[in-house]
Design a binder for this molecule. Structure first.
Ligand SMILES: [Zn+2]
Length: 99
Protein backbone atom coordinates (compact mmCIF):
# COMPACT_ATOMS: atom_id res chain seq x y z
CA UNK A 1 0.00 0.00 0.00
CA UNK A 2 1.34 3.39 -0.94
CA UNK A 3 1.63 5.80 1.93
CA UNK A 4 2.03 9.52 1.63
CA UNK A 5 5.02 11.18 3.26
CA UNK A 6 3.54 14.62 2.84
CA UNK A 7 2.73 15.12 6.50
CA UNK A 8 6.31 14.34 7.41
CA UNK A 9 7.92 16.38 4.66
CA UNK A 10 9.30 19.77 5.63
CA UNK A 11 6.99 22.65 4.85
CA UNK A 12 9.68 24.63 3.11
CA UNK A 13 10.99 23.99 -0.37
CA UNK A 14 14.50 24.49 -1.71
CA UNK A 15 16.44 27.33 -0.13
CA UNK A 16 19.40 28.79 -1.97
CA UNK A 17 22.89 28.77 -0.54
CA UNK A 18 24.33 32.22 0.08
CA UNK A 19 26.06 33.72 -2.96
CA UNK A 20 29.71 32.70 -3.02
CA UNK A 21 32.58 35.08 -3.55
CA UNK A 22 33.16 35.62 -7.27
CA UNK A 23 29.73 34.21 -8.04
CA UNK A 24 28.88 34.22 -11.75
CA UNK A 25 26.44 36.90 -12.91
CA UNK A 26 23.57 35.38 -14.91
CA UNK A 27 22.61 37.41 -18.00
CA UNK A 28 19.01 37.95 -16.88
CA UNK A 29 16.71 39.26 -19.56
CA UNK A 30 13.07 40.22 -19.82
CA UNK A 31 10.93 37.19 -20.71
CA UNK A 32 9.82 36.77 -24.30
CA UNK A 33 6.68 34.84 -25.25
CA UNK A 34 8.56 32.29 -27.33
CA UNK A 35 6.56 29.15 -26.76
CA UNK A 36 3.13 28.27 -25.48
CA UNK A 37 4.02 25.65 -22.98
CA UNK A 38 6.75 25.80 -20.40
CA UNK A 39 7.06 23.14 -17.76
CA UNK A 40 8.31 24.13 -14.33
CA UNK A 41 10.41 21.20 -13.16
CA UNK A 42 11.60 22.60 -9.84
CA UNK A 43 11.31 25.81 -7.93
CA UNK A 44 12.84 27.35 -4.87
CA UNK A 45 10.92 28.05 -1.69
CA UNK A 46 8.03 30.49 -1.89
CA UNK A 47 8.92 31.99 1.48
CA UNK A 48 11.67 34.07 -0.09
CA UNK A 49 11.37 37.40 -1.88
CA UNK A 50 13.12 35.94 -4.89
CA UNK A 51 11.87 32.63 -6.25
CA UNK A 52 13.71 30.75 -8.98
CA UNK A 53 12.06 28.24 -11.28
CA UNK A 54 13.73 25.63 -13.42
CA UNK A 55 11.76 25.67 -16.68
CA UNK A 56 11.88 23.24 -19.55
CA UNK A 57 10.49 23.41 -23.05
CA UNK A 58 11.20 21.66 -26.34
CA UNK A 59 14.64 20.40 -25.39
CA UNK A 60 15.78 23.64 -23.80
CA UNK A 61 16.08 24.62 -20.18
CA UNK A 62 16.18 28.02 -18.56
CA UNK A 63 15.76 29.58 -15.15
CA UNK A 64 13.10 32.10 -14.31
CA UNK A 65 13.60 34.55 -11.51
CA UNK A 66 10.61 36.09 -9.76
CA UNK A 67 11.22 39.07 -7.57
CA UNK A 68 8.23 39.88 -5.39
CA UNK A 69 7.90 43.17 -3.67
CA UNK A 70 4.82 44.95 -2.33
CA UNK A 71 2.37 43.01 -4.46
CA UNK A 72 4.24 43.23 -7.75
CA UNK A 73 6.29 40.49 -9.37
CA UNK A 74 9.17 41.19 -11.68
CA UNK A 75 10.13 38.24 -13.85
CA UNK A 76 13.47 37.65 -15.53
CA UNK A 77 14.75 34.75 -17.56
CA UNK A 78 18.19 33.30 -17.94
CA UNK A 79 19.41 32.51 -21.44
CA UNK A 80 17.79 29.36 -22.86
CA UNK A 81 20.24 26.51 -22.76
CA UNK A 82 20.58 22.90 -23.76
CA UNK A 83 19.51 20.56 -20.98
CA UNK A 84 22.97 19.78 -19.59
CA UNK A 85 24.02 23.43 -19.49
CA UNK A 86 20.67 24.51 -18.08
CA UNK A 87 20.89 21.93 -15.33
CA UNK A 88 24.36 23.08 -14.36
CA UNK A 89 23.17 26.69 -14.29
CA UNK A 90 20.30 25.64 -11.98
CA UNK A 91 22.73 23.75 -9.78
CA UNK A 92 25.12 26.73 -9.70
CA UNK A 93 22.28 29.06 -8.68
CA UNK A 94 21.17 26.72 -5.90
CA UNK A 95 24.70 26.40 -4.57
CA UNK A 96 25.48 30.11 -4.74
CA UNK A 97 27.90 30.00 -7.67
CA UNK A 98 25.63 31.97 -9.99
CA UNK A 99 22.94 34.58 -9.39
ZN1 LIG B 1 11.25 28.55 2.84
Amino acid sequence: MATSQSLLAPYHGIHLAAAQAGCEQVAWQAPLPRVDRVRVREHTCECRTVVYELCATSGLVFVRRHYRKSGTITVWESPWLRTAEGMSLWDAILRGFAR
